[in-house]
Design a protein around this ligand. Structure first.
Ligand code: FAD
Length: 487
């Protein structure tokens, strides 16, 4: 459905600012309770970061890279005549990017239709709070500028779900930094860079560097400390960092960029604080994201923000202003699509649902998540260090196993699989699961349920294994693999 040119009403039950995961979750659920809902999105397309420049196109790139891995193994699996043994199969980046973008466009259309079917009014424009629970909308014109007129609407409930945006260092801090791109720019690339530097140590940096490296670009990952993925249990970085280095990824530890010279889109020279110079064709900053709260008019309502610009909320997603809420990345916590959706839906349940839903809210604990690296990782619950902090060193134990998945058993090239269970107390309640290896991204979802339900190591031991699989090792970890916490 093309967006309505202007709002149909002056007052709504609910206004949702944003058209991404959190807004869609909140808006559609509110409408399902019969509320009159307006959803305002500035981008000209629905779906937000996840659909347009995040999870979805990223996962497709990961599948492409995974296919390259499979092709590399094909000759050893007997396809030697059809697929000659090669280091990096040729990949047509532009062809793939166009198919990927067409898929994303189809999803945008599905999101449009979902709103139409659910009777959520979609307004294409820039929203700004102007006080007294009023929102000023600058409507988006066909040229993408917000020049198609201004309207003011109000609501009983206003949910802010404006997400975040990637950061690039300032020219003052790093001269030439703007010659680089961010994760949005990654999805705009139409050619595969031959040599690329990715700066950052979070999961987005690791995932995008993994895609470049697996598809055959000379890839440099520049990290400030010694380890990447520091926010997770160290078993992930210990395993991945060692393995990815073997596959050709150049990890530059304790390295910062001092200066960048060259031309945008052309070769760049990075001056590093280690004294080295690095020549690349593409520099990608993946150093963090900031909440999209600038210019949103939070001051007009007196809404409190944290130092980093994210909106401060309580466990019910309430801001300090009654009737105004915030969900998703804009609160700066657990920046993940399913978190934004779940928080949005629960908020609508609480505000508009049945009486038994009056306490509905999202628990920000035990959130399972995957890192789409090569190989992928899955993680849920407490890291070993967090468990020690919570339960005390004497009450935390670890079961850890490392093996080679059968798929690699007969290949020259071996990819590691490592499973780690963090348990506590006499009953050995499982409080954290951290896994690396083929299939970890899929396994972690049901494993998340076990942690949520309070499963113990005995529950795992009592479960019959699925054979032959990698996952069976989770229920057959021997007592000899147990150790005390080492933090
Ligand atoms: C490269 C990358 C990979 C990722 N991979 C994963 C993954 O694998 N799994 C996962 O769970 N998460 C992943 N994420 C994170 C995920 O995309 C976000 O957590 C999720 O999109 C947050 O949803 P949101 O609704 O809070 O914000 P967003 O999806 O960012 O939506 C906010 C929307 O608000 C709009 N907006 C902003 N300001 C205004 C305004 N003033 N008026 C109107 N509209 C406005 C924006 O245009 C945007 O569309 C990834 C993110 C990135 C960048």
């Amino acid at each position: 459905m093309p967006p309505v040119p202007q709002p149909k009403s002056e007052h709504y039950d609910v206004i949702v600012i944003g058209g991404g995961s959190g807004a869609m979750g909140m808006g559609r659920r509110a409408a399902s309770y019969g509320a009159k809902v307006a959803l305002i999105e500035m981008d000209g397309r629905l779906g937000g970061t996840c659909v347009n420049v995040g999870c979805v196109p990223k996962k497709l790139m990961w599948h492409a890279a995974d296919t390259a891995e499979a092709i590399k193994s094909a000759s050893e699996y007997g396809f030697g005549e059809t697929v000659p043994k090669m280091e990096s199969p040729k990949f047509d980046w532009n062809y793939f990017a166009e198919k990927r973008d067409a898929y994303v466009k189809r999803l945008n259309g599905i999101y449009d239709r979902n709103l139409e079917n659910d009777k959520v009014e979609y307004i294409s424009g820039y929203a700004k709070l102007i006080g007294n629970k009023k929102v000023e909308i600058s409507l988006r014109g066909e040229d993408g500028e917000f020049n198609a007129g201004k309207h003011t609407i109000s609501a009983d409930h206003i949910a802010i779900a404006v997400g975040g945006r990637p950061t690039i260092p300032s020219e003052k801090d790093i001269p030439g930094a703007s010659l680089g791109i961010d994760s949005d720019g990654f999805f705009a690339l139409r050619e595969q860079p031959k040599r690329v530097a990715v700066v950052g140590a979070g999961y987005i940096a690791v995932e995008l560097a993994g895609v470049f490296n697996t598809l055959g670009s000379e890839t440099h990952l520049l990290i400030r400390g010694e380890k990447f993925l520091r926010a997770f249990d160290p078993v992930l970085s210990d395993t991945l960092q060692e393995y990815m280095a073997q596959t050709g990824l150049n990890v530059h530890q304790k390295t910062n960029v001092k200066k960048v010279t060259g031309t945008k889109g052309g070769p760049l020279t990075l001056e590093l604080d280690t004294g080295k110079m690095l020549e690349v064709d593409c520099l990608l900053w993946a150093i963090g994201r900031y909440a999209n709260t600038e210019g949103l008019g939070l001051d007009a309502e007196g809404i409190k923000t944290a130092k980093d610009g994210s909106i401060v909320v309580d466990k019910y997603q309430n801001t300090n202003v009654p009737g105004i809420y915030a969900v998703g990345d804009v609160i700066g916590k657990a920046l993940l699509t399913p978190v934004a959706i779940a928080a949005g839906r629960r908020l609508s349940n609480r505000l508009l649902g049945k009486p038994e839903m009056k306490d509905d809210h999202l628990e920000y604990e035990n959130i399972p998540t995957a890192i789409f690296s090569h190989p992928p990782c899955g993680t849920v619950g407490l890291s070993e260090a967090q468990a020690v902090e919570k339960y005390g060193k004497d009450n935390v134990f670890v079961y850890q196993t490392r093996f080679t998945n059968m798929y690699f058993g007969m290949l020259e090239h071996k990819e590691p699989t490592v499973f780690k269970l963090v348990v506590t107390g006499k009953e050995e309640k499982i409080v954290g699961i951290h896994i690396v290896g083929v299939g970890s991204d899929e396994m972690i979802q049901p494993l998340g349920i076990t942690v949520k339900m309070g499963a113990t190591k005995k529950d795992f031991d009592d479960t019959v294994a699925v054979h032959p699989s990698s996952a069976e090792e989770l229920v057959t970890i021997q007592p000899s693999a147990r150790r005390n916490a080492q933090v």
